[in-house]
Design a protein around this ligand. Structure first.
Ligand code: PMT
Length: 395
């Protein structure tokens, strides 16, 4: 898989309240080993100071066409050395400029003079976003090959609610990184289950586990980066789904099972990362069960095994299982792979994997076992996807 180490981008910041989030975006991109050169419009400098961005990136921030390099050619030089220009936030005004090829400041000059891809993250009041002019301009930019990320919907700085919020920095960073990966899975449909399930006992109590969803969401991100069309069936988590996945939110194992059955047709690769509750309460109460002095017996019945169902379909997708064990990892993992007839299974120690930011995985396939030494979950996810690509013979 291509390393993104040597990639460099120009992060263009225009004048909107979401400009403060660009600082976090710059930090996240640098963490991914991307070289970030910031260029700001005059208006952006009213919302966040160039000094903040300079401190984060370690590079002088460009704000004017006049001066920095001394030859007035910054707009050409910078757009030639960058692999990508990312405008976050992109205001309605800047979008209008881009759509019409106007170039009256350094950033708009760079965009016009670029020979690399351009990504924009619109951020504005919902009415401005919905206006005929902005929609016309966005359509034009998309037709020109500009990649538009968002906007999202929610409460806005002005107090109104609707479409126009900039995507969160983490979602933008993921989308930028994804652009740099070879699109080996274009046209491939990947479905994942992730997170825990919640099995209700009564109106306020239930059975669940400590799965955070981090491993599954990281794999969804890694699959997206490779150009796959990703459906993420997720139990309850606090995580933001990567921008571009089809997210299906569920609570219980039965809901997860129904969602998988509904969406599985046409899936090429199915990955069961969810920590699905093996049992649910035989009966649930819609009211809160009242305390009493006598014992309370809870009868549990088994949940359907979602992965086993998918693997046993007449024409199953390439199925990847996970096994979280607290002991005898290799033995139990091998048993699970054999029982469900899986071409690949990723095993991890539950006490070290669940909820953690990093993980160690052992992959079991027909050729034997392969250790993925402890690393952050996105690195593990990319390595796992790479392994799947190799097993499927995709080049
Ligand atoms: O979410 P995190 O905090 O990042 O933690 C990640 C993780 C530890 C949850 C993850 O890496 C992991 O190991 N997931 C599988 C956990 C598990 O419960 O495995 P299992 O041994 O119970 O199940 C084996 C396989 O069958 C899994 O692929 C599971 O998704 C699937 N399964 C299990 C039961 C069931 N009813 N339906 C299923 O599909």
């Amino acid at each position: 898989m291509e390393q993104i180490k040597t990639k460099s981008i120009v992060l263009g910041i225009t004048g909107g309240i979401a400009a403060y989030k660009a600082a976090e975006l710059a930090r996240m991109l640098i963490k991914q080993d991307i070289v970030v050169q910031v260029a700001m419009t005059d208006a952006a400098c009213h919302f966040i100071t160039p000094l903040t961005l300079q401190a984060l990136t370690g590079k002088p921030v460009l704000t004017s066409s006049w001066g920095e390099s001394g030859n007035g050619m910054d707009h050409i030089n910078l757009s030639r050395s960058a692999n990508m220009i990312v405008i976050a936030p992109a205001t309605a005004d800047f979008i209008a400029k881009l759509a019409h090829g106007l170039a009256d400041d350094l950033l708009s000059n760079m965009c016009l003079a670029r020979n690399c891809s351009l990504l924009i993250a619109p951020a504005m009041n919902r009415q401005m976003w919905e206006s005929a002019a902005t929609q016309r301009n966005i359509k034009q930019l998309m037709a020109d090959g500009v990649i538009v990320l968002g906007p999202d919907s929610g409460v806005q700085a002005c107090g109104e609610e609707g479409l126009g919020r900039m995507l969160e920095p983490a979602q933008l960073a993921q989308a930028v990184v994804a652009q740099f990966q070879p699109k080996l899975l274009t046209g491939t449909r990947v479905m994942l289950t992730a997170g825990p399930t919640y099995e209700a006992i009564d109106a306020v109590r239930g059975i669940t586990n400590r799965s955070s969803g981090k491993m599954g969401y990281a794999i969804a991100q890694a699959a997206l980066e490779l150009g796959a069309q990703v459906t993420l069936v997720s139990g309850p988590t606090v995580l933001l789904a990567p921008h571009g996945v089809e997210l299906v939110q569920v609570n219980s194992a039965q809901e997860m099972f129904e969602a998988v059955k509904t969406h599985v047709a046409g899936t090429d690769i199915f990955i069961g990362v969810a920590a699905v509750a093996d049992y649910r309460a035989a009966e649930t109460s819609t009211q809160k069960i009242k305390k009493s002095t006598s014992n309370l017996t809870l009868v549990l019945v088994p949940n359907p095994d979602i992965l086993a169902y998918v693997a046993a379909l007449p024409k199953p997708p390439f199925c990847v299982g996970f096994a979280a064990e607290t002991e005898n990892l290799k033995t139990y993992a091998t048993q699970k792979r054999t029982a469900k007839k899986l071409p690949l299974l990723a095993a991890n120690l539950a006490q070290q994997a669940i909820g953690a930011d990093d993980n160690e995985l052992i992959l079991f396939d027909d050729a034997g076992e392969h250790l993925l030494p402890r690393a952050d979950k996105l690195t593990q996810a990319r390595a796992l996807m790479n392994h799947i690509i190799k097993l499927k013979g995709i080049t």
